[in-house]
Structures are given as structure tokens and as C-alpha cells.
Design a protein around this ligand. Structure first.
Ligand code: XMP
Length: 521
């Protein structure tokens, strides 16, 4: 690490932008867009005290949207002293209405609703709209609207329904947009965010995978000193990235434990072993626990029961192995920023217990090393590439912790695992061959416990179907079934039925989430 890059990695964190969350469903998306502009940012609740904001020394602040009206009782609001800090602020939707309201502009309630794609007339293409066309498409979703800007502000864009679709006060570096620049339906929205960050806040684009790796290695070394760290590998990208990063920082002070529960995709376990043991030279304890898991899963049909057993058994084996190590002080885990933001605040009803292999064994008294806790998934992939993980691993589609067990409806047996693994491998191969792998969130097979009649050669068959599931999604919270080309469906169907023993039918799942979920269990 050169002295120059060491200092620029520190600056990357110094150049902090804060997103104040006013209850928007899009706050995380705003933060992701800022990071895509190579600027580090964090999300804080809207009522974070001004003193705390000052302490963090942000060079820019973004107010998110939110579902409230500024006139509602208990509407989220921020300390108006924030406008006097001389830190550039961009208010988005509710964030702009609040800014207008607090600074003496006119906000009307409910009168001029706008939802969906709307044409925007740019009146001033300095500031936020530098380099953009005078007419733009933007995504609107608001009930209240700013009717007149506060004193000192000018109107810089309007739509047919919003006389103040964007406003600015360049002297105080305060800006507001009524539309949502963070969503993909505002095609050039990221340019508005980039203009705010680079022209108004003075950001320099220091937040890169390279600076993150350097910064994290320093932090990990500082945190653990000469103590030892254990890390559970699952085959997934998060735990693999943590392991590679911690190994880069502290070498042999790290031991990885890979519990192969036998529920992984074809060749996945071997790839993990090869990558870490042979390529990175990591101390690796490889536990082949397939029989143990299958024994525990014998006769179990209920999805939640399967998840519980797999989660418990994983932790038990992990603990057994970790306790054999001479002395361990830290556990490295792949917690990501969305988990950090959501933990404790999420009120959503439990649909399924998500089990993440590599979870914390409660009673081991280990301190945590969580170097990815400020990263989004796409950033993890960039860091993984920077660390030299194989691209097949980096770009592998998400896979549930309990693995193929929750894609085998009914009992999990060795034979059924073999059937699904072969079918899944063909699906992935054909999806890749068609150039669709990276455009889909997930594409996989599900084995259903129903039999149907077929005919192969001159023989009657009475076998199982494979259900093909392929979805597009941004974040797995919602998903749409993928409109796969007929030829791709045809090839997958032909190959699965011909090549996988015990399968005589392929059906395509055309359900979206909600109301279905991505996985079948
Ligand atoms: P669902 O089926 O709830 O899945 O729409 C949403 C996303 O989460 C993955 N998934 C899991 N991931 N442990 C995990 O680590 C789990 O138990 C689990 N269940 C579902 C699923 O593959 C999809 O990407």
C-alpha cells in the first residue's frame, strides 16, 4: 500500500454524505445511488440531533422522501438548525416539501397528486441539471406539493402539475426535487445526484473497492491485533468476501470453517474448498456433514422445521469445530448494510425464517468482526473482484442458507438431491448460454413430490416434474417472473427431461412476488 493510497482511503470515509430517512421505501436506494457515484454515505433517522450530524462532519446531506404530509400530526421533521450548518442539502419529495415548509415556502396538501412517469421542464440547467436536456422524464409519487418556493429559492424545474418540481438556493446550497432521482424510472436521475455530490458538495469519488479494501484491512488489523479469528464459509459471496478480506488483513490468524451440509449446488463445495485452500492458502477446516444433515432431515416435510434443523445443526457443527481450535477471540461474519439498517426496525410479518449459514453461535462469547456492515450487495461483488475471488463465485446468483432442502418439496433424500442438483445445473448452464444469467435475480429448479404419466420411447413413465423458477428483481422484496424466450424454455425442458433420471415433465412458474415468494418453501 503506497502512502498516497493510504491517505486517500482515509479521505474516502471523511467524504461522508448522510441520508436522513423520513420513512421512505427508497432510502436505501438513495444510499446505493450515492455509493454508485463513488461517494461514501450512511443512512440516519430523520430525528438525529444536529450535534450528532455535526460530529460526523458530512460534506452533504440528502433528505429522503416519506409517506407523510408536513401538515400531519407527528409528521417527521428535522431540527431547522440543520439549514444553517452550511452543508449542502438535497431534499427529495417529502424531503423537499419539508425544506420548503420549514423555510417559509408554500406547500399544498393533496390537491395536485402526481404518480408515475411525468415530463419535466428544466428552467435552469446550472446546479442540479448541468449537462442534462431541457425536457426530461421523471418519476413522481406525491400527494402534497410545493406551491411556492421559500424566500431566497428559485424554481429550476416544473411539470404540468407541479409549479415547483425542483428548487434551489445556490447561495445556501439548499436544493429540492419533487421527483425521485434514485429510481430507475427517472433515467438520468443519477446525474442529478452526481451533480449535487460533485458540484455542490465537492465530492471527489474516493469511495472505490480498492479504497475500501485498504481501509478495511487497516481497521481489521487494528481491531484484532494479534488475536485469532474464525470465519464460517457457506459458499455464498458474503462469507467468501469476508474470509478473503480478513485473510488479506491478518493472514494465518484467520481460520475458516466450511461446513458442507450437502445441500449445495453442483460443484459448489469443491469450488469453495479449491478457492480458499489451494488459491488463497487459507487455513481451512472442511467438514463433510452431508450424512449428518440427511439423518436429521429424514422424514421432515415442513419447511420451517427443515430451516430450523439446518440452522441448528450448522451452528452445532461450527461450534464443535471452533472449540477444537486452540483459542479463538473473534468471529468474522458477512453482515451487510441492509441487515444493519433493518435489524430492530423491521415490523414486517414473518413470512419465512431466513436462515443464514455462518450465523453467530450465541454462547461462544466471540467478539464480532463485520467488515461488510456498511456495504450493499453490489458493492460486496466489487470488493470480491478486487480481492481476486473467481468470477463464477462473485456473480453466482443468491442461494438460500438451507440450500436445496427448501427447493425439494417434501422429504430431502440423497436421491432427490441428486435429481435436483443435475436439473439445476442444466438450468443454469442454459441460462448462461443464452446470456441471461446476470440479467436474472435467480433461475433454478424445484423438485415437486407429485408424479405424472409420460411416455419415453415406447415406455410409460410415472415420474416427477421439475419446476423452473426464473425471476427478475432489484432486491428480492418484490420479484417478477422472467419472460424467458421460448427457445430457452424449450432447450431447458428437452435437456432436463432427457438427461435427468426420474424427471418426465418441466413446468414454468409464472407467479410474481407478492403474492408468491421466490423460493417454494
Ligand atoms: P423469498 O422466497 O422469501 O426469498 O421470496 C427472497 C430471497 O431470499 C432468499 N432466501 C433465503 N436466503 N436463507 C437465506 O440466506 C434463507 O432461509 C432464505 N430463504 C429465501 C431467496 O433465495 C431469495 O433470493
Amino acid at each position: 500500500m503506497t502512502p498516497k493510497s493510504a491517505s486517500s482511503s482515509k479521505q474516502a470515509i471523511k467524504q461522508l454524505v448522510l441520508v436522513l430517512d423520513f420513512g421512505a421505501q427508497y432510502s436505501q436506494l438513495i444510499a446505493r445511488r450515492v455509493r454508485e457515484c463513488k461517494v461514501y454515505c450512511e443512512i440516519l433517522p430523520y430525528d438525529t440531533p444536529v450535534e450528532e450530524i455535526v460530529r460526523r462532519q458530512p460534506i452533504g446531506i440528502i433528505f429522503s422522501g416519506g409517506p407523510s404530509s408536513v401538515y400531519e400530526d407527528g409528521a417527521p421533521t428535522c431540527d431547522p438548525r440543520i439549514y444553517d450548518l452550511r452543508i449542502p442539502i438535497l431534499g427529495i419529495c417529502y424531503g423537499m416539501q419539508l425544506m420548503a415548509y420549514q423555510l417559509g415556502g408554500g406547500v399544498v396538501s393533496g390537491a395536485r397528486r402526481e404518480y408515475g412517469k411525468t415530463e419535466l421542464d428544466v428552467l435552469d440547467n446550472g446546479d442540479l441539471f448541468q449537462g442534462l436536456n431541457p425536457k426530461l422524464i421523471c418519476w413522481m409519487s406525491h400527494g402534497d406539493a410545493v406551491q411556492s418556493p421559500p424566500p431566497g429559492f428559485s424554481v429550476i424545474a416544473r411539470t404540468s402539475n407541479s409549479p415547483v418540481a425542483a428548487m434551489s438556493n445556490p447561495e445556501k446550497k439548499l436544493y429540492g426535487v419533487q421527483f425521485h432521482p434514485e429510481v430507475v424510472h427517472t433515467p438520468w436521475g443519477i446525474e442529478v445526484i452526481r451533480n449535487f455530490l460533485y458540484s455542490e458538495c465537492g465530492c471527489q469519488g474516493l469511495w472505490t473497492a480498492e479504497s475500501f479494501v485498504k481501509l478495511s484491512c487497516d481497521a481489521i488489523k487494528k481491531q484484532v491485533g494479534d488475536k485469532s479469528v474464525v470465519c464460517g464459509l457457506s459458499g455464498g459471496i458474503d462469507s467468501a468476501t469476508v474470509a478473503a478480506l480478513v485473510h488479506r488483513a491478518i493472514g494465518d490468524q484467520l481460520t475458516c470453517i466450511f461446513v458442507n451440509h450437502g445441500l449445495l449446488r453442483k460443484d459448489e463445495a469443491e469450488q469453495v474448498r479449491r478457492t480458499f485452500q489451494d488459491f488463497f492458502n487459507v487455513r481451512l477446516i472442511y467438514v463433510d456433514a452431508e450424512e449428518r444433515f440427511l439423518t436429521r432431515l429424514k422424514g421432515v416435510l415442513d419447511p420451517e422445521e427443515k430451516r430450523k434443523i439446518i440452522g441448528e445443526e450448522f451452528v452445532r457443527i461450527f461450534e464443535e469445530e471452533a472449540k477444537k481450535l486452540p483459542h479463538v477471540d473473534y468471529l468474522a461474519q458477512g453482515t451487510l448494510y441492509p441487515d444493519v439498517i433493518e435489524s430492530g426496525t423491521k415490523q414486517a410479518a414473518k413470512i419465512k425464517t431466513h436462515h443464514n449459514v455462518g450465523g453467530l453461535p450465541d454462547d461462544m462469547n466471540l467478539k464480532l468482526v463485520e467488515p461488510l456492515r456498511y456495504l450493499f450487495k453490489d458493492e460486496v461483488r466489487r470488493v470480491a473482484e478486487e480481492l481476486g475471488l473467481p468470477s463464477e463465485m462473485v456473480w453466482r446468483q443468491p442461494f438460500p442458507g438451507p440450500g436445496l432442502a427448501i427447493r425439494i418439496i417434501g422429504e430431502v433424500t440423497k436421491d432427490r438431491l441428486e435429481t435436483l442438483r443435475e436439473a439445476d445445473d442444466i438450468i443454469v448452464e442454459e441460462i448462461k448460454r443464452a446470456g441471461l444469467y446476470r440479467t436474472l435475480w435467480q433461475a433454478f429448479g424445484v423438485l415437486a413430490p407429485v408424479r405424472s404419466v409420460g411416455v419415453m420411447g415406447d415406455q410409460r413413465t410415472y415420474s416427477y416434474p421439475i419446476i423452473l423458477r426464473a425471476v427478475t428483481s432489484e432486491d428480492a422484496m418484490t420479484a417478477d417472473w422472467a419472460r424467458l424466450p421460448w427457445e430457452v424454455l424449450e432447450r431447458i425442458s428437452n435437456r432436463v427431461i432427457n438427461e435427468v433420471k426420474g424427471v418426465n415433465r418441466l413446468v414454468y412458474d409464472v407467479s410474481s412476488k407478492p403474492p408468491a415468494t421466490i423460493e417454494w418453501e
